[in-house]
Design a protein. Structure first.
Length: 397
């Protein structure tokens, strides 16, 4: 079957991690991989997760199937997290949520669902974006188009171009947006800009699909939902894919959700029926453990408060490392202005390092950065920050 088939290309970021693991240099630093690391360079299990698992061990009675869309209490808690307590969407019962295998599973289920009812639609993705966006929506059968997003010259958003393009998107097409912590650039629209984008969606009739993979890792849980709130206020249909890989540290539990928002509760019920039908033919019903952990934490005020603390600590460490990198480079007499790194949000940063510098850092210093210059700021620690700053300063000299 496979003799005459060319091998599929390896995932470039996972390949980088493999090369990092095999590198014998004792000073090696991995700024490529997309997971949070603490100040010791490890990806920890949150204490609130351990506590929830202890509770689950005592109360879980059965491993029988979950409902197709997951535990209903999980869905309710996710809606509270995504939209905020007292949101009109919750009060008027306008959202259907299905527990999905990770944010990736949520994106794919959302894409499959839309494809059933919008077979002619294209999906618009930001230029640049997380590589899997193109892969997921292509796999679901959508032609892909790009809207302008990141401006390499100003290290900011191409907001006017973005808005002009979104104004031309045909009604019915899907526009995939990073709700916060844009991956790979770290550049997000501000509140006013989100409101303008949402107004264009309402005016033009394209379908917003928000990828919400980093809630709580940009500014905070509430501030990071600015985009969601802007679309919610318009009353239009929209989709939100949540991931709990980063903000709960549940990477290998594959825990996420897909939420479909409709203008009325009646329409939501129809959407829910088709959401379930889509899940049924993809993976039948979700894996339980990660969702039970999230549900347990969000249903128990003490655990939720603890989670918020731990998440704020992760977010705070990322912000502190951004500052340390910018200050460290300035202290070494690097002339280039890196202050934009402090303005970016989330784990990722377009560092502005050229591909030759990225290659030099890897070959000569064992510092691993993704091509294009994206760094995972959470890969910086108090033990490696001086080495990284020294190395970048040397490269730029
Ligand atoms: N969306 C974006 C922008 C991401 O960066 C990621 C993970 O890196 C995901 C979605 C998917 O996350 P998950 O691991 O939960 O599938």
């Amino acid at each position: 079957m496979w003799k005459s088939v060319a091998a599929a290309p390896a995932d470039s970021i996972l390949g980088l991690t493999e090369a990092y693991k095999n590198d014998p240099n004792p000073h090696k630093v991995n700024l490529g991989v997309g997971v949070y690391m603490d100040n010791t360079g490890t990806t920890p299990i949150l204490q609130c997760v351990k506590d929830a698992e202890r509770i689950l061990l005592g109360v879980e009675q059965s491993k029988s199937y979950l409902p197709i869309s997951g535990d209903p209490q999980f869905g309710r808690q996710i809606q509270r997290l995504v939209f905020g307590e007292g949101s009109d969407i919750i009060t008027n019962d306008r959202a259907a949520t299905a527990h999905s295998p990770g944010g990736t599973g949520g994106l794919r289920i959302g894409a499959e669902l839309i494809k059933r009812f919008r077979p002619e639609a294209a999906t618009w993705i930001s230029s640049p974006t997380w590589a899997n966006h193109r892969g997921i929506f292509t796999a679901a059968g959508f032609p892909i188009k790009e809207y302008p997003y990141y401006d390499a010259a100003s290290k900011g958003l191409r907001f006017e171009d973005l808005l002009a393009t979104l104004n031309q998107v045909p009604a019915g097409d899907v526009v995939l947006l990073h709700a916060c912590c844009h991956n790979p650039s770290g550049v997000d629209p501000d509140e006013d800009q989100w409101q303008k984008i949402a107004a264009v969606a309402a005016d033009r009739g394209w379908l917003p699909f928000l990828d919400f993979a980093y809630q709580g890792l940009g500014v905070g849980i509430e501030a990071d939902r600015t985009a969601v709130t802007a679309f919610a206020a318009t009353g239009v249909d929209f989709f939100v894919a949540s991931s709990f890989s980063k903000n709960f540290g549940l990477y290998n539990e594959r825990t996420g959700a897909i939420t479909v928002v409709s203008p009325t509760a009646e329409e939501k019920n129809i959407a829910l029926s088709h959401l379930k039908a889509t899940v049924r033919v993809c993976y039948s019903n979700p894996p339980a453990h990660g969702g039970l952990i999230v549900k347990t934490i969000l249903s128990e005020p003490t655990l939720e408060a603890h989670w918020r603390q731990e998440l704020a600590a992760m977010c705070g460490r990322i912000v502190a490392m951004r500052q340390a990198l910018v200050d460290g480079l300035a202290a070494r007499g690097v002339n280039q202005d890196f202050s934009y790194i402090k303005r970016q949000k989330g784990m990722f940063s377009f560092s502005g390092l050229a591909d030759e510098t990225v290659a030099w850092l890897r070959e000569c210093k064992a510092i691993y950065v993704v091509g294009g210059g994206r760094i995972n700021v959470a890969g910086l620690t108090s033990a490696n920050i001086d080495y990284v700053c020294d190395s970048i300063a040397e490269a730029l000299r």
